[in-house]
Design a protein around this ligand. Structure first.
Ligand SMILES: Cc1ncc(COP(=O)(O)O)c(C=O)c1O
Length: 393
């Protein structure tokens, strides 16, 4: 009974792998959510908000105090002005912001440039809007036993942008690779947006989870881009509260009007008490990050070292939750053929779940030699995964 435009997407690979991980009692390094909670003081703010604030519908664009906090934070980060009344909208996580952007701005038959590998909901949201994907690859550059970079295919980008897309959806820092787009790459994208009159949609949910001194740049800050960019983010990753689903979109009033137009019929508004607690969280953001970042970076390093030792060719992420790797050497040794077969084998023995990235490509074969592991887990989980994976060394 599933509608034709959704049928090709089936069940999300995240739901499938998490279910299999539970069935086989595997350590779950597949789906990108922490197996620990965000700070207690934010949870306390949510409990207090249920008692002291309204539990009825919030205003469609979000409660004013949260939109003020989001606008102030954006201005602090980017030096760009942001009017909370016309330039922001609070959504059900970044996921709804992506869907509302596509549904609110695209007409059937429009084209959207996606950089692949991509977060899997992008393609489905483009399809929901009746639009078409123009893919542009990031190609792994392998030097010795490392993926030294995920290189944007500039020729493919030029060609796709010349085909008259309405939007380009970029994601920096990037899931699944942990790449942080450079100023040069963003400048090229911006130049082509201006040349071909394309709107940039920038998913920045990992904007705060940076390692090794990496610097995140919002494409909205590049010359002439502020008025043609919608910047998306959410609370989930920054505060280890992925289940709260508080996200937002920021942009020129004309663009945000489109996002709001779709949001009003998708969800209308977002959980009122959690919006109040989000205000409290954003006021003390550095405190939450001071706890989280050293833990994430340490877990990245421990897992990266182990994955190297078992023969994976890894890309060291400069941000985010994930290690992306080429598994050709390991899968040859284990006698398996592709990413899905390897993930199925690893779930059973040694009992570790990862994500097969073919779902992140328009041509699944482009992801067949790759695999993604999440390290946003508590120490005990990482240590147990490493213990099990070492049996493959
Ligand atoms: C790149 C990217 N965008 C958006 C999301 C979804 O964000 P939210 O949980 O706020 O809906 C995720 C979650 O994994 C993601 O990786």
């Amino acid at each position: 009974m599933i509608a034709n435009h959704l049928a090709p997407f089936g069940t999300s690979v995240f739901a499938i792998m998490s279910r299999l991980a539970a069935e086989h009692n595997a350590v779950n390094l597949s789906q990108g959510f922490p197996d620990f909670d965000g700070p207690d003081w934010i949870k306390a703010a949510a409990k207090a908000a249920i008692d002291t604030h309204s539990n009825q519908y919030a205003p469609l664009p979000g409660i004013p105090t949260l939109r003020n906090a989001i606008a102030k934070r954006f201005t602090r980060d980017t030096n760009l002005p942001c009017d909370p009344d016309t330039q922001t909208v609070v959504t059900v996580g970044c996921t709804e912001a992506i869907a509302a952007t596509m549904l609110g701005l695209l007409n059937p038959g429009d084209k959207v440039v996606l950089i692949e590998p991509f977060y899997d909901c992008y393609r489905a949201c483009v399809a929901l809007a009746g639009a078409h994907v123009l893919p542009v690859p990031l190609r792994p550059v392998i030097t010795g036993n490392k993926i030294t970079s995920m290189q944007l295919d500039e020729a493919a980008l030029h060609a796709a942008m010349a085909q008259g897309p309405k939007l380009i959806l970029i994601n920096t820092p990037h899931n699944p690779t942990g790449k942080v787009f450079t100023r040069e790459e963003l400048t090229l994208i911006a130049t082509l947006c201006i040349k071909h009159n394309v709107i940039a949609v920038s998913d920045e949910v990992y904007e705060r989870l940076l390692f090794d001194g990496a610097k995140h740049i919002s494409i909205a800050t590049l010359p002439a881009m502020a008025d043609r960019t919608i910047t998306l983010s959410s609370m989930g990753k920054t505060f280890s509260l992925t289940g709260w689903k508080i996200g937002w979109a920021i942009g020129h009033p004309d663009l945000i009007a489109g996002v709001r137009a779709a949001h009003q019929f998708l969800s209308f508004s977002v959980a009122t008490p959690l919006q109040h607690a989000a205000v409290a969280a954003l006021e003390r953001e550095p405190e939450a990050l001071a706890q989280l970042l050293p833990l994430l970076q340490e877990h990245r390093d421990l897992l990266a070292d182990c994955l190297n030792k078992i023969g994976l060719t890894i890309h060291t992420p400069r941000a985010g939750y994930f290690i992306y790797a080429d598994h050709t050497a390991l899968s040859c040794r284990l006698g398996v053929t592709d990413d899905t077969a390897l993930c199925m084998a690893l779930i059973k023995n040694p009992g570790v779940a990862a994500i097969p990235p073919s779902a992140f490509y328009t041509q699944p074969a482009d992801g067949h030699s790759l695999i993604r592991f999440a390290f946003c887990k508590k120490r005990q989980t990482i240590t147990e995964a490493i213990r099990r994976l070492h049996t493959l060394a």
